[in-house]
Design a protein around this ligand. Structure first.
Ligand code: DX5
Ligand code: ZN
Length: 223
């Protein structure tokens, strides 16, 4: 299980996203939060911004769609240049069909769950997914406090993924910081989104390196 750090540009300067991407050169991917003011009470960016960012960012883009009707809108993000697209299962009408469509277009398919959504009903969908995203805050805003109540679900998801085998990434998003990442890695997550902990730091790339080192250590200690 290799640790990956995905800085969330939600906490970066929206007037200069190219500079934000360049400031985290050691990051594996960039996490791009798309919000529609309906699925969550916040509005961010859409296809045109993803298209522009994909042209200038060295890292591949991981689009997290916090929107209603992802069945209709998600494929456009692959066309815009996203290498991974994650939809919320709470908003999706046909998750199997959508995941297969995203993969057929050449992208990685991710399924996101809010803190109160259980993972168990979706076990059979894993064959069609490349990533499971467990939200560790209620989606909508950066800078919220990590919800420790999510830790048992992370551990259950890890067990479920290990039972299946394969290489599905287990991503966490919300409140990931130097203070919380170790217990997240111990619980079994391998892919970490961090917004305020990276772009709120004086040296964002050093923050990425620190988060990675903490997670790697905790993950190897946990076996
Ligand atoms: C929140 C977004 C996150 C957000 C995380 O709904 O999905 O990606 O940027 O921000 P932090 O890391 O500050 O909690
Ligand atoms: Zn996100």
């Amino acid at each position: 299980m290799s640790i990956q750090i995905f800085p969330s540009i939600l906490s970066a300067d929206f007037a200069n996203l190219q500079a934000a991407a360049e400031s985290v050169g050691s990051a594996d991917w960039l996490h791009v939060d798309v919000m529609d003011n309906h699925f969550v009470p916040n509005l961010t960016l859409g296809v045109p911004v993803v298209e522009s960012l994909a042209k200038v960012a060295a890292q591949p883009l991981d689009c997290h769609l916090m929107i209603e009707d992802p069945d209709r809108w998600a494929p456009a993000y692959v066309d815009a240049g996203a290498a991974s697209v994650t939809f919320h299962v709470e908003a999706c009408q046909a998750p199997v069909r959508l995941a297969r469509e995203l993969r057929a277009m050449g992208a990685r398919a991710g399924m996101a769950l809010k803190p109160a959504t259980p993972i168990e009903p979706y076990e059979d969908l894993l064959a069609d997914l490349d990533m499971v995203l467990l939200m560790t805050v209620e989606p909508g805003f950066g800078g919220q406090q990590f919800l420790d109540l999510c830790l048992p679900k992370i551990a259950r998801a890890r067990t479920m993924l290990d039972r299946r085998g394969g290489d599905i990434w287990l991503q966490l998003d919300g409140g990931v910081s130097a203070e919380t990442i170790e217990r997240c890695a111990e619980a079994g997550a391998d892919t970490f989104v961090a917004g305020s902990a990276v772009f709120g730091a004086n040296d964002p790339d050093a923050a990425v390196a620190k988060l990675r080192a903490l997670a790697e250590k905790a993950s190897s200690a946990g076996g």
